[in-house]
Write a protein that binds this ligand. Structure first.
Ligand code: SF4
Ligand code: SF4
Ligand code: SF4
Length: 315
């Protein structure tokens, strides 16, 4: 991690000093242990604040749309998939973007870490790549990184960036496709699935953090915010309205979702949003042989058709 941090800083400083870019978007250390925050470096001096760690979880593609300047971005696999999708959708001009790709071994989930230390305050933490050493006032504990990784990272097939202008660090082992969670969901009866979704949606407080965190969710006016007509109730009291919000959000991402898990990570209520998004990702893959953001060539799944495409769902 230290070596990658140094490489990132050197690369960013060079790009800014040579005025090849006006801005480098990456991560800086947060104010607490195991926290990092998106960071914008505009000078070589500011580039000294850039870091790389197992907590660089935000999808930085969120900061790249419609920028009028030349930007470099420190991008892991899922950021790059979103960037590819946004280039195809005309939201990012590839010529104005310099992608500093970083192979990603997975990001860690602070909720699982907090559970591992039974909610005690963590005052310091260090990461040797496979284990995290946590220290508090009266404890010291080592946890295996694999045990506290986000679910989306455990099933990520594109942890190595699919496109880049420069790649830092060594490529990491790619994972096999794994939809065991979705297959278990599909195996439930209609009633069981309905009950599960109602239970999850009853927790929703309609904060829209899931929408804000998603790099592919960028309509200038979201249907939920529209008042004339008001497509949907604004209160979180109605489970049906909450479910309708998620159903429309997920359908708007059909063939576009890059399976980064940012929406689920952002949800303060711990709602299992990945069951909806990954079900849709799996369906698009099986029905149309398409995956979002894995190359610049394939047209977006819903913008094209093949004669052999399934159409038995049409009424
Ligand atoms: S989803 Fe993949 S690329 Fe993204 S943080 Fe997890 S392992 Fe890394
Ligand atoms: S819907 Fe969720 S998993 Fe899909 S691209 Fe958006 S944030 Fe990532
Ligand atoms: S982030 Fe969670 S609580 Fe907030 S609107 Fe989305 S699903 Fe509901």
């Amino acid at each position: 991690m230290e070596k990658l941090t140094q490489q990132i800083r050197e690369t960013a400083k060079k790009l800014l000093a040579e005025k090849k870019v006006d801005l480098v978007v990456g991560f800086a250390q947060g104010s607490l242990p195991l926290r990092s925050t998106p960071y914008f470096a505009r000078t070589p001096e500011q580039a000294e604040n850039l870091i790389w760690s197992s907590t660089c979880e935000n999808n930085l593609a969120n900061y790249l749309r419609k920028r009028g300047e030349k930007v470099a971005v420190i991008a892991k696999g899922c950021d790059v998939r979103a960037i590819v999708g946004l280039i195809k959708e005309g939201q990012i001009v590839k010529e104005n973007l310099y992608i500093i790709g970083v192979p990603c071994a997975g990001m860690i989930d602070r909720k699982q870490i907090n559970a591992a230390v039974e909610g005690k305050e963590i005052l310091a933490a260090s990461d040797n790549g496979s284990e995290i050493l946590l220290k508090g006032k009266d404890f010291e504990k080592t946890v295996a990184k694999q045990d506290v990784m986000f679910g989306s990272c455990k099933t990520c097939q594109y942890n190595n960036p699919v496109i880049f202008d420069e790649l830092l660090g060594e490529k990491v082992a790619a994972r096999e496709a794994n939809y065991a969670d979705i297959e278990a969901f599909e195996a439930l009866s209609d009633e069981e699935r309905r009950a599960f979704i109602a239970k999850e949606m009853s927790k929703c407080i309609r904060c829209y953090a899931c929408r804000q965190a998603c790099p592919m969710c960028y309509c200038s006016e979201c249907f939920v915010d529209c008042n004339t007509p008001a497509w949907i109730g604004k209160s979180a009291k109605s489970i049906d309205d909450n479910a309708l919000f998620q159903a429309v959000r997920v359908f708007h991402l059909a063939g576009r979702c890059v399976d980064c898990g940012a929406c689920e990570r952002a949800c303060p209520m711990g709602i299992k949003l990945s069951l909806l998004t990954r079900k849709m990702v799996k369906d698009v893959k099986e029905l149309f042989g398409a995956e979002a953001g894995v190359n610049l060539e394939d047209p977006p799944a819903l913008n094209t058709f093949k004669f052999e495409d399934k159409e038995d769902f049409l009424l």
